[in-house]
Design a protein around this ligand. Sequence first.
Ligand SMILES: C[S@@+](CC[C@H](N)C(=O)[O-])C[C@H]1O[C@@H](n2cnc3c(N)ncnc32)[C@H](O)[C@@H]1O
Length: 262
Amino acid sequence: MADINSNEKSKALWDEIAEDWDIKMGEHDNRYHREIIRPVTLKLLDPTKGDFILDAACGNGNFSRFMAKMGVKVTAFDYSPKMIAYAKERCRDWLGSIDFHVADATKYDELMKLKSEKLFDKAVSNMAIMDISDIEPLLMAVYALLKTGGIFVFSSIHPCFQTPDMLKFTEINDYTGESFVRSGIKTYEYITPKTHIVTALARNGKQVLHYHRPLNVILNMCFKTGFILDGIEEPIFKKSDGDAGFEWFEIPPCVIFRLRKL
Ligand SMILES: C[S@@+](CC[C@H](N)C(=O)[O-])C[C@H]1O[C@@H](n2cnc3c(N)ncnc32)[C@H](O)[C@@H]1O
C-alpha cells in the first residue's frame, strides 16, 4: 500500500510507470486525449504561432510537441526524470522549440527557476491537477510567470463524477414498459478532499495517487491566487465514436478550465 501522504511516493510511482505511460500515449496519445482533451484544450488555449507557452506536468511531451509543430515556443516540465527523458526522446526533432525541465509543481522556488527574460503568454496543464499533491504553489508560480492578460488552461478528471470510490453501474429500466439498458455513476464522497490510489494503466494495473478536490476547493484556490475564471468546458465522447470504455455521453469524464491573469 502506497504512503498516500507523500509527494515523494507519488513522484516515485510516476517515475516507475513512466515507460509504460510513454508506450500507452505513444506518438499520438490515447482516445481520451485525441477526442476530448486535445480539441477542447486547443479551443480554450488557442495556441498561435509565436506564442511562448508553459506546459506543466507534460508527461511524455505529446502536447508540447503538438504546440511546437504549430510554431509555439514551449517550456515544459514534469517532476519525473524518466518521463522527461522519454519526452526528450519523443520530441527529439523539436528540441529547438521545446525546453524540457525536471521540476516539481509543488515547489514554488523550483518553478520560478523556469523564468526567462520573457514572461509566458499562456500556460497549460493537461490532466495532471488531480495527480499533484498540492496545487497552490503551481497556481502561484504560473500566475507570477504569466504576462498580464495571460491564460492558464488546465484539465482534470471531473471531480463531481470521478470521485474516490465511485461506482459505474449498468441497469435495465423497464419503467415505461419498454425496457432499455442505461449506465450511470454512484458517488459517495465528494466534498472532503481525499488522497486515494488509482490504477493509472489498465493494461498492467500499475497505480498512482490521486488528490481529489471538490470544485470549490480548486476554484477558490485559483481565485485566491488572483486568477479569474473565463472559460469552462465539460467535454463528452460522441455516441458515434463507439465504445468509450464507459458511456461518457451525458456524464462528462473531465473538466477543462481557463483562468486569466488580469
Ligand atoms: C496523467 S499524466 C498527464 C501527462 C500529460 N500532461 C498528458 O496529458 O499526457 C500526469 C503527469 O503529472 C506529472 N506530475 C504529477 N505530479 C507532479 C508534480 N508535483 N510536479 C510535476 N509533475 C507532476 C506526472 O509525472 C505525469 O507525467
